[in-house]
Structures are given as structure tokens and as C-alpha cells.
Design a protein around this ligand. Sequence first.
Ligand code: SAJ
Length: 441
Amino acid sequence: MNHGPRADSRAVQHACVIGLGYIGLPTAAMLATSGIRVTGVDINPQVVQWVSNGNSHILEAGLDTLVHAATRSGNLVASPVPVPADAFIIAVPTPLGPNEQADLSSLRHAAEVLVPCLRSGNLVVLESTVPPGTTSGLLRATLEQSPFRVGRDLFVAHCPERVLPGRILSELIQNDRVIGGVTPACAEAARALYSRFTTGAIHLTDATTAEVVKLAENTYRDVNIALANEMARACEVIGVDVGEVIRFANQHPRVSLLQPGPGVGGHCISVDPWFLIQAAPDTTHLLRIARQVNDSQPCMVAAIAQEWLRDIEAPTVALLGIAYKGNVDDMRESPAIAVARHLITAGIEVRAHDPLVRNAPLDLMDARQALAGCDLAVILADHDAFMGLDPDEIGRLMRTRRLLDTRRCIDPRKWETSGFVVKRLGDGRPERKKPAPGASE
Ligand code: SAJ
């Protein structure tokens, strides 16, 4: 097999990172601080302006400092369009489109605009999560609109991002990476670039296998969370506490159950299983069911709240934490939106508070405003900031002292001591405890 030109790590002196989002910006800043000149590209002029000024538009531990250092050193510049470089990394959104099919329009656009910049010997790496066959299909075909042929003049590989929002910078360095090349030489070329900043092992394979590996990782979590959510429902019926069940089951050396919650949000876990279903619709029944279970959690949470508030006329609910999970400011696919929608449809007044989220499709209030006169507080995201909440103070603000903890993150005894009735998802209580004497309920 002719593997084309050989990969040479020293060849990459200038990289162009297309898409300065949750993955692209940290990757660009990391490459720049590893000594490579980087042009970060984004179609959003505000992002280009923001990064050019040395700022991160994403709330992520350590990222502001890294972006500042990268731009100040002169190694990171931002641009609205790609420029010729030795290597290109594509990290653009690949959301779900209509009918649960992948929307690859941003990827198509990114590949098309980099075609005029291509030169012989270039490396193009796709980091975005995509349906199987996209790297060797759509991406390769678009790049070959240039005079160059993949495997002969160009190196093309898929290196799926694996970092956890909230721990992006350390995981970018430490996590193992799977790199799939359109040819083996393509994978080698990408390895040479990633080994500039990765301390984890780099595993080489073909492009489609790497795509399926990424989808398998996130699908594993989706199915596991669906199992935890279904266990929580079963424990409610049986009358035992799912938290204790999971804790003890996980003592088994080969069991690792995840946690129940208000639903699965974020741009990955709730989306990626559909890319597998799209590729193999007749053999992915379990994946569909898991998606249904997780998608129905917000409705479950709203139903529990609604049922609990039946004895109160014109009740008001405060949603605490509307990000898709704890300690992030990210609202994408957040289950909080669906919980709010269900409650509003049921005629319940809904207020929302999140100490981290800046832009939300719900009106946000500060904690005191949101809780004043409320009948139920519902914790939807386990932000660290909520662990320090003072139940006495909150109890004085609320009309009725009820707390529904969908993340099982607070200590119920502390709140019960302050006169709260506390319900945790899957706690299997046959009936809610009566409030402590003297409580305002
Ligand atoms: N969730 C639960 N129960 C749990 C764990 C999570 O209900 O036990 C919920 C969360 O609250 C959230 C959703 O699931 O709404 C997803 O959260 P997550 O922390 O599992 O995942 P993400 O979307 O923040 O990041 C994931 C990570 N994938 C894996 O852990 C396999 C990350 O490594 C990936 O890089 C990222 O997706 C991605 O971009 O694919």
C-alpha cells in the first residue's frame, strides 16, 4: 500500500483551528502554548474579537489564563477565515437536525472554506463527533475538491475529543486519544501533532473505527444513566432508596452504575447515540429505549412536583440550577428547560436561579428573589455553590418548606432540621414526612 508522504512532527509549525468553541478554543490555546503558531477561526465575529483581546468566552477552569498567555505570546491569533497552515483541526458543532439525523452543515462549511488554503503535505484532523463514515466520506470528498488526493498529498484523520466540561484543560493533556486515519500514514501524521501536548497514550486505528469508538463511549453513558433512572423509578415503587442501592451495588468489582437525575443534557450524550441509530437503525433498539427513558425524566420530575403541590392553591416553584449539569454554565439540551415547560403548562408559576448561567431561555433571578414566597425548591444542577445554602435562611424566604433534590446532592438531614420536607429522586418513601412542628407549612 502506498502511504504517500511521510508524517513529520517538526513539519507542523502553524496550525489552524476551525471553531473556537468548548473544544476548539482550549485546543488552540494548548497548541499555541506548546510552541506552535495557531490561527483560531470562528464565524462569530464577537468570538474572534473576544479571543483577539486575550479572553475566553467560555467559563472553564484555567481557560482564561491559558488564552491570555497564548495571545500575549503572539502564538495565538483569531481570524474569521482560515489561512494556509501546516495542519488544520476542525472542531465545529454537529448537532441533531430534523428526524434525529446529524446536521453536518457546519462541518461541510468548515471543510469547504479550508479547501482554498490547502497545500501539499497538509494534515486535516476532525475532532467533532460525527456519524460513522463521515471522515472517509463527506470530509475526504470535500477536501478532494482541491487538486490534492488524501493519502497521497493530504493527511486526514479523526481524533474525537474526549474532555469533560469542567475539567477540559487537564483532560486535554492527560486523556488517552484514539486517532483514526483515512490511511495509516494519516493516523501517524495526526499522532505527531497530538503528541506535542498530550501525555496520555495515543491509539491508532482507521477513521470509521475512531468515529464509532467515540459514539460507543457516550452511548455507554446514556444507557447507563437510563438504567440508573429506571432503577430510581423501580425503587420508588418498591420503597427503597436508589442512592443506597447504587452505592452498595457499585461495591461489586464489576458494577459501575451512574446516577439518576432530571434528564440527560449537554451537546454530547443526548445527541451521539442518535448517530449510531442513524447508521444502524434496525440493530439499536436498546439505544432508542435509553434515549426515551432519559428524555422522559424532565416530565417525571415535573409530575412529582405537580403531585406534591396539589394541596396548594396557585403554587410557585423555584428551579435552582438550570445548566445541564453541575458547575458548568452550559445550557445546551438542559433538562431544566423541559421541566420548566411542563410546570408552566400545568399552571404553576416557575422562577429560575443559576449562579453560573449567563444566557438562558428562562428569565433568571438571584436566589433570594427566586425563592421568596415559593412553595417548592427544585435542585436541578448540582452546583458546588448550592452545598453552602443555608436552609434556615431559605426557609424564612419560602412560603412552604419543601425541597425536591433531583441530583441527590444535598444533605437531607440538615434541611429537615430546618423544617423542610425533603424528597430525593428515587428515595422510595411511601409517603412524605410531615413537616417539623413550627415549620411554616
Ligand atoms: N448525568 C446523569 N447521571 C450521571 C452522569 C451524568 O444524569 O450519573 C447527566 C448530566 O447531568 C448531564 C448529562 O448526563 O445532563 C451528561 O453529562 P456527562 O457529565 O456524562 O457528560 P458531558 O456531556 O458533560 O461530557 C461527555 C463526556 N463523555 C464521557 O464521559 C463518555 C466527555 O468526556 C465527552 O468529551 C463529551 O461528553 C463529549 O463532547 O462527547
